[in-house]
Design a binder for this molecule. Structure first.
Ligand code: WTA
Length: 650
C-alpha cells in the first residue's frame, strides 16, 4: 500500500448492492448514462441547458460562467425573479389550485396552502415589507417556527430583492443577535411562539433580547402562532396579520440580476465566529431545481414530497422552499417533533398525506430504529416510492433498516452529500440509474466534478483521501459575508485550485464514494488513520446497539485512543468487552475502542448532529466551553460525571 495514496486507511467495505426495480427504472425521468455523458462533454453547456429548461428568465444571460478562481458568477447578465419562478409561473400556467403545502401543526391543526394562496400572501407581505422601508439589497432576518409564513417571508424577500438570513428558531438570543449584527439586518420577522413537544415555546422574548443588542433592526414583524402573551413595542413591532391585511395585493416580481444576493445562511466553522454563507439568484435556483427534479425523480402530477428539515438549515432552504416550489411540487410541512404525541407521528403523517418521497437525516433514522419497528408497522407506508438521507454519513445498518422498514424493501434510497456552502446536492445516486450500496453516497451528480486527493494534493484513485471539488458549480457559495479572506483561506487555501469540503472520503474498487465525515473526525491511532464513522458503523452493526459516537482522545502512547459512546436499543444489555471484540471482528484489532461509555442519549446539536468535539472534551477531561448549541446539555453533564469515575480499559 502506497502511504501517499492512502491518506485515510480504508478498512472495511460494504459488499451488498441494490439496483432500482425494473418498474422504477422505466418510470424514472432519467434512467441511463445520458446526463453524465452530456455533462462530461460540456460542463457549462450542460448547466446552461438546465437553466434554460427549468427556469423562466426575464432576460437571457450573456456568459454561462465567469470563473476567476475562487470566484464564480453564473448566467451573467441574465435576469430573473426567484419568487416568480416558484409561484407566478405555476399560477399563470393554470395550476393555481394545486396544493403547495399540506401543513401539519404539532397539536394536529392543519392548513392547506395552494400555489394561488401562496402567491397572494407573498405579494401582500412583500408590499408590507416595502412599507416598513425594506429595499432591494437590504438584509432581513427571519426567526420563525416551522410555519408556512417562514416560506412566505423568504419568498417575499426574494420578490423585492432583499436578502434573507434565516436563523434556526432553536438558537439563543445571543446567537440571533450575532447573526443580525453581522448582516446588519433592518427587519426581524419572528413569531410569538411555536409548538414543540406538546408545549408552546416562546420566540418573541428571545427576539426582543436579541434586538436590544442589535441596533440595525428598525422593525419587528410578529406572526401569531403560539398565542402566548407577548409585549409589543409601539412603532417598532407589528403583527404579521395586521400588516398583511392592510397591504396592497399586487406586487410585481421585479427582474433581478442573476448574481443578486438571494440569502445569507450562517454556519459554524472552526473558529467561534459563524460564517455568513452567501448564495445568489440564477445559479442557486438552477442548481436546486435541477437536483430536486432528478435526485428525487420528482413527478409534479403525482408526487407528495416531505423533507423533515427545519427551514432554518440549508436543507430547508433548498429542499422545502426553493427546489420544490421551483418545480411546482406538493409538499408536507410539519411543525413539531417526531415523538409527539407518540413515537409514530412521522409514519402517521406519511399515511395521512400519502407522501411518496421522504427525505430525512441518519440521526433521525437511528432514533427511529431505537424506538422499534412496531412504530412504522402501525401505518400504511405503501405510498412511498423513494426515500432520502442527508446531513451525515449513513451507516449500512441504518441504511438497511430504512430500506426495509420505511421503504418497504423496494424504495431506492438517495444518500445525498452536500453542504451549506454547495447550495444543493452534489454527490448522490440518480435513483433510476444508480445501483446503490448501503452507506455509500455513490457518485458525483452530472455537472459536479469531485476528486479525492492526498495530503500533498495528489490525485487518489482508490482508497482514502480528502474530498475536493474541481470545477465551479452554479449553486456554489459566492463567499463569506464581510470576510472574503476567510472564504479564500477556508475553502481554497488547503489545496491549490480546488475547493476543499473539509470531509474525508474513500473510493472503493468500483469507484463508489464513501463519505467518512469531517476530516477533523479522523483519528490517528498508532500512526493509523481511522475514521470515527467507520468505528461507529461497526458498533452500530451489533444487534444491541442503536447509536454510537466515536472520538479520538489524546493518548500518551498511541497518539489518539478510540473512545466510544454507545446508546443501546430499548431493553437490551451488552458487555463492553463484547462490543470491543465485535469492532475488532468488523474492522480489526487496531480499531478496538479503548473505552466504551453507555449512555441513554448522545449529545446533539439542535439540528441533530452529534457533537463529537464536545465528546472529545469529555473524553480528555477538559472543561466544557459553550454548550448553548446543544439540544440537551444534561446528557453531557452526566457523561462527564461518569468519565471522571470510570477508569478506561487498556
Ligand atoms: C456532512 C447539510 C456524509 C458533511 C446539507 C458535510 C454528509 C456537512 C452528508 C455539511 C452525507 C452532509 N453523507 N456526510 N450524505 N450530507 N454531510 O452544511 O460532513 O449542515 O460537510 O449541510 O454534513 O453540513 P451542512
Amino acid at each position: 500500500m502506497d502511504d501517499h495514496l492512502q491518506a485515510i486507511d480504508a478498512l472495511s467495505y460494504e459488499m451488498r448492492k441494490f439496483p432500482p426495480s425494473a418498474q422504477f427504472v422505466s418510470d424514472a425521468s432519467t434512467n441511463d448514462q445520458s446526463l453524465y455523458q452530456e455533462a462530461q462533454l460540456d460542463h457549462e453547456g450542460f448547466w446552461a441547458r438546465q437553466a434554460r429548461e427549468l427556469i423562466s428568465w426575464d432576460a437571457p444571460w450573456t456568459t454561462v460562467c465567469e470563473w476567476d478562481l475562487p470566484y464564480a458568477e453564473w448566467f451573467v447578465g441574465g435576469k430573473l425573479n426567484v419568487s416568480f419562478n416558484c409561484l407566478d409561473r405555476h399560477v399563470l400556467a393554470g395550476r393555481g389550485d394545486k396544493v403547495a403545502l399540506y401543513w401539519e401543526g404539532e397539536p394536529g391543526d392543519t392548513r392547506v396552502v395552494t400555489y394561488a394562496d401562496l402567491l397572494t400572501e407573498v405579494q401582500k407581505f412583500a408590499n408590507a415589507l416595502k412599507k416598513l422601508g425594506v429595499e432591494k439589497g437590504d438584509r432581513v432576518n427571519i426567526y420563525l417556527p416551522m410555519v408556512p409564513e417562514a416560506a412566505v417571508a423568504m419568498l417575499a424577500c426574494a420578490r423585492i430583492g432583499a436578502a434573507h438570513s434565516v436563523v434556526f428558531g432553536g438558537f439563543s438570543s445571543q446567537a440571533l443577535a450575532d447573526r443580525i449584527n453581522d448582516a446588519e439586518a433592518k427587519v426581524l420577522i419572528t413569531a410569538d411562539g411555536g409548538w414543540r413537544r406538546g408545549e408552546v415555546f416562546p420566540l418573541k422574548p428571545q427576539a426582543d433580547e436579541a434586538v436590544k443588542m442589535a441596533p440595525s433592526i428598525e422593525h419587528v414583524v410578529v406572526v401569531k402562532r403560539g398565542n402566548n402573551e407577548v409585549p409589543m413595542i409601539n412603532g417598532r413591532d407589528h403583527w404579521y396579520h395586521d400588516i398583511v391585511a392592510e397591504a396592497d395585493p399586487v406586487c410585481a416580481a421585479e427582474p433581478m440580476d442573476s448574481e443578486q444576493l438571494l440569502f445569507l445562511l450562517y454556519t459554524s466553522g472552526t473558529t467561534g465566529k459563524p460564517k455568513g454563507i452567501m448564495h445568489t439568484t440564477g445559479g442557486y435556483l438552477t442548481h436546486v431545481a435541477y437536483t430536486f427534479k432528478f435526485v428525487f425523480d420528482h413527478k409534479p402530477e403525482s408526487d407528495i414530497f416531505w423533507c423533515t428539515a427545519d427551514v432554518g438549515w440549508i436543507t430547508g432552504h433548498s429542499y422545502i422552499v426553493y427546489g420544490p416550489l421551483a418545480n411546482g411540487a406538493t409538499q408536507v410541512m410539519y411543525e413539531g417533533v417526531p415523538n409527539f404525541p407518540a413515537n409514530d407521528r412521522m409514519w402517521s403523517i406519511i399515511e395521512k398525506y400519502k407522501a411518496t418521497i421522504f427525505y430525512t437525516a441518519p440521526t433521525a433514522i437511528r432514533t427511529f430504529m431505537k424506538w422499534g419497528t412496531q412504530e412504522p408497522a402501525k401505518h400504511d407506508l405503501s405510498s412511498l416510492r423513494l426515500i432520502g438521507s442527508v446531513g451525515e454519513p449513513i451507516n449500512p445498518e441504518a441504511w438497511m433498516w430504512y430500506q426495509e422498514h420505511i421503504g418497504g424493501g423496494t424504495c431506492p434510497i438517495v444518500d445525498t452529500w452536500w453542504q451549506t456552502e454547495t447550495g444543493g446536492i452534489m454527490i448522490s445516486p440518480l435513483p433510476g440509474v444508480t445501483v446503490t450500496k448501503p452507506g455509500s453516497a455513490t457518485f458525483p451528480l452530472p455537472g459536479v466534478a469531485a476528486e479525492l486527493v492526498d495530503e500533498e494534493g495528489g490525485h487518489v484513485s482508490k482508497g482514502g483521501g480528502y474530498l475536493t471539488l474541481t470545477k465551479p458549480w452554479p449553486g456554489m457559495l459566492r463567499g463569506i459575508w464581510g470576510d472574503q479572506q476567510r472564504y479564500r483561506e477556508t475553502y481554497w487555501g488547503r489545496f491549490k485550485g480546488r475547493y476543499f469540503a473539509g470531509d474525508g472520503a474513500k473510493l472503493d474498487d468500483d469507484g463508489y464514494l464513501w463519505l467518512l465525515g469531517r476530516v477533523d473526525d479522523v483519528m490517528n491511532v498508532s500512526g493509523h488513520r481511522i475514521s470515527t464513522t467507520e468505528v461507529e458503523s461497526a458498533l452500530v452493526s451489533h444487534p444491541s446497539v442503536a447509536e454510537a459516537a466515536v472520538v479520538g482522545a489524546n493518548d500518551a502512547t498511541t497518539g489518539q485512543a478510540i473512545i466510544a459512546y454507545v446508546t443501546l436499543r430499548g431493553g437490551l444489555e451488552v458487555d463492553e468487552k463484547v462490543l470491543r471484540d465485535h469492532v475488532a471482528t468488523e474492522i480489526g484489532a487496531i480499531a478496538k475502542p479503548k473505552a466504551i461509555f453507555f449512555t441513554p442519549e448522545l449529545p446533539k446539536t439542535r439540528s441533530g448532529k452529534i457533537m463529537r468535539r464536545l465528546l472529545r472534551d469529555v473524553a480528555e477531561g477538559r472543561n466544557l466551553g459553550d454548550t448553548t448549541t446543544l439540544a440537551d446539555a444534561s446528557v453531557v453533564n452526566e457523561l462527564q460525571r461518569r468519565a471522571a469515575e470510570t477508569p478506561a480499559e487498556d
